[in-house]
Design a protein around this ligand. Structure first.
Ligand code: ADP
Ligand code: MG
Length: 275
């Protein structure tokens, strides 16, 4: 018989990373969500090699206190929930406290942050080994840099797509996030070139114009805002002569989160059936 043993924490995080961290796009998703949860008004994503070599996300959000940097990269550590009851009134995008620990376990991670009126500090984590926080001068907000994704999991590294493919997925991800938060300034830079820029927009239609094209945005219809039983519904739809062969550009957002739901997709399909 082989003995049953409890796994060491670093291995647990590495296994958990398999579920959270699929590639650059899922990292960008988690990090942008953190920036949004921190109340950022500006989020900049900088990539090298489609994100496989380096991903850097900078925000102007509330930041992390120097003495909490280590906790932030520890699994099951979160500032977003405290108790089981909180699970029923979640208003943030994250709450599991797993993302940073998972990402840090399969990359070289650098976390720098400075809350308003406090000193800034920086911390490095290499393949899950957490270094010491050091004081540094930084602008208000948080910067997270993820280098050499999967450097210590060669089998996963092989499954990364081409740089172009990974970049495409990152852009799809950022666009979805940017569409639900028009008031936030988003920028994506790849290999030194700005590939997406969406400055603060006062109105969803303006954000749609920034991301999907002005011509399309101007053509979109808008159905009247519906409010019923505590639910508010609003949306935009394109004229029939702008139809597409697939549903990839049918986007649904629930509480500022992009969701994909077959019931909604087939409802749209039925509504347009005879048109
Ligand atoms: P979760 O988002 O589920 O809480 P994460 O691992 O993504 O877990 O982040 C852990 C904690 O680190 C967060 O709860 C938050 O307090 C802090 N944090 C992470 N990213 C940022 C950020 N960009 N700005 C401020 N705080 C952050
Ligand atoms: Mg998170």
């Amino acid at each position: 018989m082989t003995r049953i043993k409890k796994l060491p924490p670093r291995l647990i995080d590495k296994i958990a990373a398999g579920e959270v961290v699929e590639g650059p796009a899922s990292i960008v998703k988690e990090l942008v969500e953190n920036s949004l949860d921190a109340g950022a008004t500006r989020i900049e994503v900088t990539l090298e090699g489609g994100g496989t070599r380096r991903i850097r996300i900078t925000d102007d959000g509330q930041g992390i206190a120097a003495e909490e940097l280590r906790l932030a990269v520890t699994s099951h550590a979160t500032s977003k929930i405290r108790s089981a009851e909180d699970l029923f009134r979640i208003s943030s995008l994250g709450f599991r406290g797993e993302a940073l620990a998972s990402i840090a376990s399969v990359s070289h991670l650098k976390l720098g942050s400075r809350p308003e009126g406090e000193p800034g500090a920086e911390l490095r984590v290499d393949g899950g080994r957490i270094g010491k926080a050091k004081g540094v001068g930084l602008p208000r907000g948080t910067t997270i840099e993820v280098g050499d994704l999967f450097y210590n999991v060669p089998a996963r590294r092989e499954f990364l797509r081409t740089q172009r493919g990974e970049l495409r997925r990152v852009l799809t991800e950022v666009k979805q996030q940017a569409l639900c938060r028009p008031e936030v300034h988003f920028r994506v830079v790849h290999e030194g070139k700005t590939v997406l820029e969406a400055p603060h927009a006062d109105e969803p239609r303006e954000r749609i114009a920034q991301l999907l094209g002005r011509e399309l945005a101007e053509d979109l219809g808008c159905f009247p805002r519906v409010e019923r039983e505590g639910i508010t519904l609003r949306g935009y739809f394109s004229p029939c002569d702008r139809s597409r062969g697939d549903s990839r550009q049918q986007l649904f957002f629930l509480n500022e989160r992009c969701v994909r739901d077959v019931t909604l997709l087939s409802a749209i399909k039925q509504a347009y059936a005879n048109l």
